[in-house]
Ligand binder design. Sequence first.
Ligand SMILES: NC(=O)c1ccc[n+]([C@@H]2O[C@H](COP(=O)([O-])OP(=O)(O)OC[C@H]3O[C@@H](n4cnc5c(N)ncnc54)[C@H](OP(=O)(O)O)[C@@H]3O)[C@@H](O)[C@H]2O)c1
Length: 306
Amino acid sequence: MKAIIYDSFGNLESGKYEDTADPELKPGTVLINVLYAGVIPFDVKVIEKVIPMPHIKSPFIPGAEFSGVVVQVAKDVENWQVGDYVCGNPNSYGGAFADQIVVKTEELCKIPPGLALESAAACPVSSLAAWHGLFNEGTLNKGDKVLIIGATGNVGSFAVQFAAQAELIVYAVGSAQYEYDTLTLGANYYLDYKKQDYLENLPKFDLILDMVGGENQKKLIPLLKEGAVFISLVNEPDPEELNLYNVKGLMLNSGSNPKQLEEILELIQIGEIKVKVSKVLLMQDAVLGLEEVKDGKENGKVILKN
Ligand SMILES: NC(=O)c1ccc[n+]([C@@H]2O[C@H](COP(=O)([O-])OP(=O)(O)OC[C@H]3O[C@@H](n4cnc5c(N)ncnc54)[C@H](OP(=O)(O)O)[C@@H]3O)[C@@H](O)[C@H]2O)c1
């Protein structure tokens, strides 16, 4: 099969689209023809070794999320058939920037009929990270206030919609140009992070979901109510700062969750949740897609198509 191959870590440009061995079916797995793969910041971080993944040895095929069609099932597999349309984000990471991928059935999600396959490929990582970030740790109730940092991004725009659906009061932080779109998705208030005073005169929050990280967390943690929760998807929040304000906090590593993903896909299919695909590139142009995601200029998911 053809795939994007990295012979070493470090350099996005070094990825090549070339022939490689077909993946092998193992017990409990299915073989999938990848139709679309989402490109995410994590792919860039893995390739550039910003996040070390010791279990991944070079040469390797990147790609965390995909949609596709089952073309072969292992002998012991029940309930999955050739022809099933599926998507997922296997916990082991990698392999989606290829013609084919082998996935354990417990990490697979069936795509509801009628949902566009490129939209399905844009969902597994971002929508589940948003869902887990909002609902895994906190016990949020209707009317609670959440602050979403990076609300205009792929994870953030899902988070805004899930929070609005749960009838939380949503304060969304992003750049000015996406204010209208983000309010349309259900945010109650919009804060432009390019304004110096954007964190002033805010109420206390029940949960902060941070997709940006860094030094800014020192300004965010004091905005929480006592006992409330700070979730970062990017870096560990400073434990001293958390203690000082008597709040809980953690860095979340979101993973595969097919049952939850299926519920989210059904909401997308009936139009209750929107997913934005901003660009579809051919699989052989994966390096371009990775560079665009690294630049952060795209608003919406970059998708690769086989
Ligand atoms: N731990 C996990 O399991 C997990 C899972 C998924 C993602 N992540 C991480 O979460 C991060 C976001 O992912 P993504 O896919 O949503 O990326 P994305 O689509 O590139 O979105 C990032 C957003 O952050 C916004 N932003 C940049 N600087 C900001 C600031 N100072 N304040 C507020 N917003 C700011 C940008 O907004 P503007 O365009 O409006 O400037 C952009 O829309 C990445 O670092 C990713 O690796 C982690």
